[in-house]
Design a protein around this ligand. Structure first.
Ligand code: GLU
Length: 449
């Protein structure tokens, strides 16, 4: 079971705490990986001697910049932009941009750190990076979002390139924002360098199935977990938190595989719909009209909106947290366990607190961590880069089949690594040990860099 940091690695964690004060999410992400690495460094002591882990904990480059822009009222606004170029040993830095008022350097570092190992697990040639800004897109007009994106890219473009750093979307960044960012990059560089950003629209270099990939991939992974344990998703009751890009396509795939999604949420509360969540209505409310989730219950007979408590109070056999970090705590995990949850797979990045993960593992619930379960998004970004590099465009069926195969491979790799270390069923350990080993070996081969 995932536990505490091995004494041989405590000094690494202490240094991270000392050198990155106040960055609690980053500390949490590092602690979670370090807690898995004790058996790995006992088997491979040279990782310690060569100080590989300390090197990985230090980003290769961190860029922080001012993003000034003018709102519709003619008022000057100032935001802060970030790009943390974490690790390029496996390929160009790769990872999304997050636009949310809560974004701080520590947020981007936690996401970038996770991304290194997630990207390694995909088996694709991509390094790890992440970026974002403390910009709040809520209530902003298209014109304001465009001017913000243009200003951000006016600084960021010099740090990017299809062989250097390839951003994509994350919370608050979808096809609209990627379009504005790509347009400005193209203008600044005078190059139609499609492979510099992923998550593009289909008409201008995007990949089919990229929009669906994170949600679909999470469900493919959960399905693998179920099959491995001799179970099925078919006929199960499922709760999916969130109602953004990841949640919507997770719900779609669950329904396709015969599961019943009974609840979803946004930051204002959650809706319960015992007849099964109507996806077209969620898309209309959240994507077209950009309304709060309450509007779903207002328009759907039999559904109810709940603003108190948490979505995890709703009984389910499968729980897919697809909203944001630390959305599912120890108390919520306890409620899910009491209500008979059997499988939890993270569609978001680090949505379960360490206490929640402990509760699941102690109760024997199958728990799939985000760096394995939600890797389908970035993996399909790598497929988009492949299509851009070969100036090709694949069918939905072909791309989705590749995604399915990648998720099966990740599952296999995680399970095999966990078994190899005598920890069968420990997906957290398997993901961390396997992702880390690949990055560490590549790093050592490249010398002290
Ligand atoms: N933001 C997504 C993630 O957390 C996707 C990154 C990408 O496609 O580069 O993995």
């Amino acid at each position: 079971m995932t536990g505490t940091i091995d004494p041989a690695l405590q000094h690494v964690y202490d240094a991270v705490l000392r050198r990155n004060p106040g960055e609690s999410e980053f500390h949490q992400a590092v602690e979670e990986v370090l807690a898995s690495l004790g058996p790995v460094v006992r088997r491979h002591p040279h990782y310690l001697a060569e100080r590989v882990i300390e090197r990985i904990c230090e980003p290769e480059r961190q860029i922080i910049f001012r993003v000034p822009w003018t709102d519709d009222a003619g008022q000057v606004q100032i935001n802060r932009g970030f790009r943390v170029q974490y690790s390029s040993v496996l390929g160009p830095y790769k990872g999304g941009m997050r636009f949310h008022p809560s974004v701080l350097l520590g947020t981007v570092k936690f996401l970038g750190f996770e991304q290194i190992f997630k990207n390694a697990l995909t088996g694709m040639p991509i390094g790890g990076g992440k970026g974002g800004a403390d910009f709040d897109p809520k209530g902003r007009s298209d014109g304001e979002v465009m001017r913000f994106c243009q200003s951000l890219m006016t600084e960021l473009f010099r740090h990017l390139g299809e062989y250097t750093d390839v951003p994509a979307g994350d919370i608050g960044v979808g096809a609209r924002e990627i379009g504005y960012l790509f347009g400005q990059y193209k203008k600044m560089t005078n190059r139609y360098e499609a492979g510099v950003l992923t998550g593009k629209g289909l008409a201008w270099g995007g990949s089919r199935a990229r929009t669906e990939a994170t949600g679909y991939g999470t469900v493919y992974f959960a399905d693998q977990m179920a099959q491995h344990a001799g179970q099925r998703l078919d006929g199960t009751r499922v709760v999916v938190s969130g109602s953004g890009n990841v949640a919507i396509y997770a719900m779609e795939k669950v329904a396709e595989l015969g599961g019943l999604v009974v609840a979803c949420s946004d930051s204002s509360g959650y809706v319960v719909d015992e007849a099964g969540i109507d996806l077209e209505l969620v898309k209309e409310v959240k994507e077209e009209r950009r309304e709060r989730i309450r509007a779903y219950a207002d328009r759907r007979p039999g559904a109810r909106f709940v603003s108190q408590g948490t979505i995890w109070d709703v009984p389910a056999e499968v729980a897919l947290p697809c909203a944001t970090q630390n959305e599912l705590d120890e108390a919520a995990a306890g409620t899910l366990v009491t209500n008979g949850v059997e499988i939890v797979a993270e569609g978001a990045n680090m949505p379960c607190t360490p206490g929640a993960v402990r509760v699941f593992q102690e109760a024997g619930v199958l728990f799939g961590p985000g760096k394995a379960a939600n890797a389908g998004g970035v993996a399909t970004s790598a497929l988009e880069m492949q299509q851009n590099a070969s100036r090709d465009s694949w069918s939905f069926e072909h791309t989705d089949a590749r995604l399915g195969e990648i998720m099966r491979n990740i599952h296999e790799r995680v399970v095999t690594t966990a078994e190899d270390y005598g920890r069968p069923g420990d997906y957290v350990f398997g993901a961390n040990a396997s992702g880390f080993t690949q990055v560490a070996d590549a790093m050592l081969a490249l010398g002290v860099i």
